[in-house]
Design a protein around this ligand. Structure first.
Ligand SMILES: NC(=O)c1ccc[n+]([C@@H]2O[C@H](COP(=O)([O-])OP(=O)(O)OC[C@H]3O[C@@H](n4cnc5c(N)ncnc54)[C@H](OP(=O)(O)O)[C@@H]3O)[C@@H](O)[C@H]2O)c1
Length: 310
């Protein structure tokens, strides 16, 4: 059984890119950091920074009260869990940062609590990449055992999760269902892909215009001068769409574009891309939804009227 004194301690399972980035943060703040990785060579750079490399996952867990999980996924954890005994997990809290679906989070929680005997389980969804860990823009959503999440540092020197999460990024509590942070992750991350599809679609067209000259920052200028201000305006427009969704009332008050108009607009965009022999695969699913809404009699609603079709 480890003792917790002298300085805060934490154990990190998985020294891939995110696990290493997070272990580095703890080391920078002077925490006693124990690490474990299946491929032992990946622990070397962290050991050079002061981490202790455990020879097994069980030894890594035994070294601290707070255990951070950063393997690839639930399957990897289940594999590692087969080699663990409750004797090394009892009295410890597990902070699982692995990206997962809601059902995978529930499975990891069940294994951690019911089979391995961890005292508490919290899931964290990291909304950034390893180089931006610790950056104030790095949001991390948390859910699960709120008592463990808010636990302050102990008088015996054991770190509470509260002081650990503050080091990693902007900590945002969701609720006590561990799967909630995973769903929050999905909801926020979806915007990355919808944003990226608009970005890539327009880049494909820009490259076919006279505006585009290779190696002359054409796309960067197009982004800064036109797309960015357009998004600023879009955020304001979507505040009202958010209100409509909250109120479940998509009928236009006369100030927003109607689905009928959106259908016409997106058909015209699709034609413009087809004229330039650019794929419209990213646009047609949206066009099809607008068309279906019109067929179902929702053409006079604003864009929130699409929601019942999803
Ligand atoms: N990187 C990001 O930008 C980012 C952002 C947010 C969330 N995340 C999440 O953070 C988690 C880790 O991501 P990462 O980028 O660090 O991944 P990574 O670089 O691919 O590292 C994966 C880690 O999992 C270990 N692993 C995989 N299968 C295993 C098994 N069967 N048994 C034991 N260990 C196993 C690997 O060990 P070996 O070295 O031995 O292969 C390695 O330590 C993922 O769930 C990811 O979705 C990552």
């Amino acid at each position: 059984m480890a003792t917790y004194h002298e300085q805060f301690s934490v154990s990190v399972l998985g020294m891939g890119s995110m696990g290493s980035a997070i272990a580095r943060v703890f080391l920078k703040h002077g925490w006693r950091t124990t690490i474990w990785n299946r491929t032992t060579s990946k622990t070397v750079p962290l050991v050079e920074l002061g981490a202790s490399a455990a020879s097994s996952a069980a030894e890594c867990i035994a070294a601290s009260k707070l255990i951070i999980l950063l393997l690839t996924d639930t399957e990897a954890f289940q594999h590692v869990a087969k080699g663990l005994e409750p004797s090394s997990c009892r009295g410890r809290v597990l902070l699982d940062y692995m990206t997962a679906t809601a059902s995978q989070v529930s499975e990891t929680q069940r294994t951690a609590r019911e089979i391995l005997g961890f005292d508490a389980y919290v899931h964290g969804a990291i909304m950034t990449m390893p180089p931006f860990v610790e950056d104030p823009t790095a949001m991390i959503f948390y859910s699960g055992d709120n008592k463990a999440y808010t636990e302050e540092d102990q008088t015996d020197g054991a770190a509470g999760m509260a002081s650990a999460v503050k080091l990693i990024g902007k900590a945002i509590w969701i609720d006590d269902d561990p799967a909630s942070s995973a769903l929050q992750d999905v909801m926020v991350l979806t915007h990355w892909y919808t944003f990226a599809s608009g970005f890539l679609q327009t880049a494909a067209l820009l490259k076919k215009t006279k505006q585009f000259k290779p190696h002359s920052k054409s796309m960067q200028r197009f982004w800064a001068d036109f797309v960015r201000p357009f998004y600023d305006a879009l955020f304001m427009q979507f505040e009202d769409v958010a209100r409509q969704i909250d109120e479940e009332d998509y009928v236009s008050r006369g100030d927003g574009a109607l689905i009928n108009l959106h259908l016409h607009a997106i058909e015209s965009l699709i034609k413009a891309y087809e004229d330039k022999n650019i794929s419209v695969a990213l646009l047609t699913p949206m066009r099809d939804l607008f068309a279906k809404a019109v067929t179902n009699g929702h053409g006079d609603e604003e864009i929130g009227g699409i929601l019942p079709l999803l």
